[in-house]
Design a protein around this ligand. Sequence first.
Ligand code: ATP
Length: 568
Amino acid sequence: MRSNRAGAMGLVGLFMLAAMLLFTLLGPALIPYDPAERSGSPLAAPGNGHLLGTNDIGQDILAELATGARVSLTIGLVGALASMLIGVAIGVLAGYRGGWADTLLMRLVDVSLTLPFLPLMIVIGVFLGPSMSTQILVIAILMWAKVARELRSQILSVRTRGPVQAARAMGAGDLYILRRHILPMTVPLMIPQFIQAVTASILMESSLSFLGLGDPLAKSWGSILFYANARSAFLTDAWIWWVVPPGLCIVWTVLGCSFVGYWLEERVSPRLQSYTALGKITPKKTAGRPASAARTGGESAALRIDGLSVRYPKAGGEAVAALRDIDLAVHPAEIVGIVGESGSGKTTMASAIMQMLKPPAARTGSIRLGGDELTALSDRELRAARGRRIALIPQAAMNALNPVWTVRKQLTEAIRCHRKLSRADTQARIEQLLGQVGIEPRYLAAYPHELSGGMRQRVVIAMALVNEPSFVIADEPTTGLDVLVQVEIIALLKKLQQELGLSMIFISHDLPVVKRIADRIVILDRGSVVDEGTPGHLSVHSGHPYTRKLMDAIPSIGGRQMRQEVQL
Ligand SMILES: Nc1ncnc2c1ncn2[C@@H]1O[C@H](COP(=O)(O)OP(=O)(O)OP(=O)(O)O)[C@@H](O)[C@H]1O
């Protein structure tokens, strides 16, 4: 019902704008007018008696309105465009960069929005002198802040979404992420904003011209009103001829823009909302208590972590210690399972290794990948390493996939992050990979919502492996899948690990799942490693109370642990 109404308003708005555009384009050519010969023009003498009852006057007015429309609409469009450009640049910088840039730019926005609008407009206009460029500048100066603020809040909400995180994990650069993920998600919002800006610009142009701050040589609807006022048309019957028509033109155009803007907003909002629902990241609960650390190590390790601690400072309170002095080594072609309950620090560990901790996380310790200290790499070096040397299979496949891209596009983009392959080579690599993860080529044209949970997870695994990394972190890759699909995914990961000789960290809260795949299991409790060993050793010999608690929590049927029945 609501969208029908919006559609109807949109149609009316489009009709109004199209009519105005035709009038603007064809009017000056079709309506004969020479200001030098006709005294009906307000530029000549709007207040004299000649304005009333002459045969020429209607024609004069129409011709002046059509000529004025060009100036009013041009300034409206250019002013709106200028304010959008400034607003978008500042909004993107503040929202995406965050930190001091965000603080500084947002204070600037606050100051700009609190300044009194009308006096400021007059002061700037008088200071710069009457001209078209002054009008455009005043419009841009007064309107960029609103655009910047709205865009910044949108970017803040989308920059932590699954597809953006997944792209970052694949080593995509900032410009690439902005271009391919963030701007496509925010552009739909910018279109109605632009229409609003055009509406406001047309009104501002009229106000500035009416105040005498427009270009005296370029006639616009506002300047017709200015001359009408200057020659007392408001005090005589002449106002019907020289005030009402430009006023109607302004109202007509502003209403048309508002209707179209309202309709566009209705159209784009549902798309954005569904995107939000698909891409939301689940908030985490807090926990934290010290425990002892188990130590492993070796010079030949594919990945070696020493003394890794991560804290999340809290405003006005005690910081959350998400990881405490973790030491861990993963050997080449080894699968290390990390098991712990919710909030034990598993995802924080994955993010710390990928160097993707979210603010306000503070990290200490060393993380070496094949001998390279990851914490010392520059942003550029990190981007080159992510996806190519170390890849992340993120939690919840649907979050990692862009909902408006097909499987082919998701994989192509993953390749493009690192390599420039020809179309044929890209296609060959994608087909090879799909074969490896067990997806038929006919699904290349499918969108994520058309795939089952297991298939989506296979696509995410393919994306992680597309650039042939030697180390993979799988963060809860089976969460949300039913038991049989879980078993399939684990079998697939194990097969790929063996075929490709991958080293892997497999994170899960589900001990039976980890026991199926891991060569070695590390038990994490409230940010600390409390136990470690092979699956067999932990099942039989571990005396640690937390490990025993996890073992005892495995459901059993007739005395046998349930998932042992399911064969890989
Ligand atoms: N951005 C953050 N700000 C503040 N605290 C955080 C943040 N992210 C995580 N934490 C805290 O760090 C601790 C570890 O969280 P983490 O998400 O790593 O746990 P997890 O084991 O992965 O949990 P789950 O299995 O539920 O994903 C928790 O206490 C959590 O509240």
